[in-house]
Write a protein that binds this ligand. Structure first.
Ligand code: KIV
Length: 281
């Protein structure tokens, strides 16, 4: 078995210039497959609310949902670092709640680290979690839990002030002790600059090739969530079509009574059969 990925490995990958791979996972079989393929970090993202539970955005996701999905991913993972996303309002109310909820994702969910959204204003929370012994991944740029404030899922950091703020946010999250930082939907030049200016690894999603690593939502790369695919996502498979074709074939065979066939069917010895039918007369 390959060595378990640790925070030290992730930092060493940045230091060596090796690209870091992260994908989302929400269930046991997917975690098993992604872990076997050597993905370095599995994010149990609150995107689960959209791609698994069918919500419009990530806001309805609860701690209970996140704990359950973290537990399933933990069972399927041996090597990758498992990161549990703190859902909306589980860490914003106050630092004590943030600590309690982050601890639940680790102790009950089995996550190795937590992720939370926000820049300078969240730095005291990140610091408190790190001081409590919890590994934290930051997330700035398009932060989906603030979708109403941002006015939709839009590219961030396009003005001088917004770009400068993102740089300040990145420094603040690094200084607070986060071990890595997700940069979502920001211009590639800005992401590259942030990557050069901070010492911890940056993981981009819609942030160009200049980040230390990349993350995508697994349902997007597999073509499983075909209601909407973001421009920055690359589809490596078309599983929605595969699943529809399989369901159609099953439906047709059941309707035609060609499934189940002999090979799917259990037999009963004649003497048992005769005894059962005789008793029943
Ligand atoms: O919830 C999620 O999947 C995320 C990634 C998009 C980074 O936060």
């Amino acid at each position: 078995m390959m060595d378990k990925v640790t925070l030290h490995h992730i930092q060493a990958m940045k230091d060596r210039g090796e690209a870091i791979c992260m994908l989302t996972a929400y269930d046991y079989p997917t975690a098993l497959l992604l872990d076997q393929s050597g993905i370095d970090m599995l994010l149990v993202g609150d995107s689960v609310g959209m791609v698994v539970h069918g919500f419009e955005n990530t806001l309805p996701v609860t701690m209970e949902m996140m704990i359950m999905h973290c537990q399933a991913v933990r069972r399927g993972t041996q090597r990758a670092l498992v990161i549990g996303d703190l859902p909306f309002m589980s860490y914003q109310v106050n630092i004590e709640e943030a600590k309690r909820n982050a601890a639940r994702l680790l102790a009950k969910g089995g996550a190795d680290a937590v992720k939370l959204e926000g820049g300078q204003s969240m730095a005291p929370t990140v610091r408190a979690l790190v001081e409590a012994g919890i590994a934290v991944q930051g997330h700035i740029g398009l932060t989906p839990q603030s979708v109403s404030k941002l006015g939709g899922f839009k590219v961030q950091g396009k003005t001088i002030a917004a770009g400068q703020q993102l740089l300040a946010d990145a420094h603040a999250i690094e200084q607070a002790g986060a071990f890595s930082l997700v940069l979502e939907s920001i211009p590639a030049r800005l992401a590259e600059l942030i990557t050069q200016r901070i010492g911890i690894p940056t993981i981009g999603i819609g942030a160009g090739p200049g980040c230390d690593g990349q993350v995508l939502v697994t349902h997007d790369i597999l073509g499983l969530f075909d209601r909407f695919t973001p421009r920055f996502a690359q589809q490596y498979a078309t599983l929605a079509t595969t699943i529809r074709n399989a369901a159609n074939a099953y439906r047709d065979e059941v309707r035609a009574r060609s499934f189940p066939a002999d090979e799917h069917t259990f037999t009963l010895n004649d003497d048992v059969w005769e005894a059962i039918t005789a008793d029943d007369e």
